[in-house]
Design a protein. Structure first.
Length: 314
């Protein structure tokens, strides 16, 4: 085994780098540090614990598909149509241990009209391929009410440790999926982290981990696991929708057709971000795919004229 030349950590997450002269972890993460901050700051005691085991699944397709999917606000209304329909047919008062209610809310929210996905979510990108998708759940959809006893117990724990002003700031951060290119994707609100492992050019394994928040009520972690079952479990209706589409994309790529796939949606309307990145004017912009493509080319092709340099972004 070879010694890893560079090891750095941020908020308890350890990153290794085999490059001879890499940038510092702080510089490489850039503004995406705030997504990691968001996940850790939600713990009253400021620490996370890996718990609940790991979900693993493999799919037939390139590893980039997974990262592209997680920041795509255009696909839920179409890709998850079957699970949306199933959730909409379900009675609100159907018996459940609580996990079923989480599943129904999750799937129904995917059924928001396309106009909502386009204008209400938001997509932000940053150097080195990183990006995050805005949150599309309001508190009424995440908990039965802001006065839910478990939620209030959690808020009280936060306020005791961090104060009311800091608690308010933490809860106002609304992000769905954050991608740290090219290996990680995580959801800060639900304490989930996925590690993407390329096995071959057309074979990928994804490992999804869940975290327990130190100082939070124990049942909060039960809800985290329930949500993980809905989104990451191998029997998940949401995940299997995505896997079906990955397979169809593979079939399309391998068939005779156009040599290039267009990733131009939103290209002429993307805007600068105050933290050194670019964001889509509309949530359905493919700015995040162009941003990852830039990073991929910079790793693979020295001196490649990036998309961002060509349009004057940097």
């Amino acid at each position: 085994m070879l010694e890893v030349p560079h090891v750095e950590s941020y908020r308890g997450f350890i990153f290794i780098n085999q490059s001879v002269s890499p940038p510092s972890l702080k510089d490489w993460l850039g503004h995406m540090r705030t997504s990691l901050d968001d996940m850790v700051d939600r713990a009253p005691d400021g620490e996370l614990e890996v718990a609940g085991g790991v979900f693993k699944h493999t799919y037939t397709g390139n590893w980039k598909l997974y990262l592209e999917n997680l920041c795509d606000a255009a696909h839920p209304w179409f890709t998850h149509r079957s699970s949306i329909d199933a959730a909409q047919r379900r009675r609100d008062d159907a018996h459940s241990d609580g996990s079923g209610e989480i599943a129904i809310r999750r799937m129904r929210q995917n059924g928001a009209p396309y106009s909502f996905w386009e204008s209400e979510v938001g997509i932000w990108t940053y150097p080195n391929g990183h990006s995050f998708l805005g949150d599309y759940h309001d508190d009424a959809k995440l908990v039965a009410t802001m006065n839910d006893p478990l939620f209030r117990e959690y808020i009280s724990a936060l306020e005791q440790k961090k104060g009311k002003d800091e608690t308010k700031r933490i809860l106002q951060v609304r992000r769905w999926n954050s991608n740290v290119y090219p290996k990680l994707s995580f959801m800060s609100q639900f304490r989930q982290l996925r590690v993407i492992h390329p096995l071959a050019v057309n074979r990928t394994m994804v490992c999804a981990y869940t975290f327990k928040m130190a100082g939070a009520p124990e049942k909060m972690f039960h809800n985290t696991i329930s949500f993980a079952n809905v989104v990451n479990g191998t029997g998940s209706l949401v995940l299997t929708d995505d896997l079906e589409v990955y397979n169809r994309i593979g079939l399309g790529i391998s068939s005779e057709g156009a040599e290039w796939l267009e990733i131009g949606r939103g290209y002429t309307s993307d805007q600068r971000d105050e933290h050194g990145g670019r964001r889509g004017k509309n949530s359905t912009s493919e700015v995040y795919i162009r941003n990852m493509f830039d990073a991929w080319c910079s790793y693979m092709l020295s001196g490649f004229p990036s998309l961002s340099s060509r349009d004057g972004a940097q």
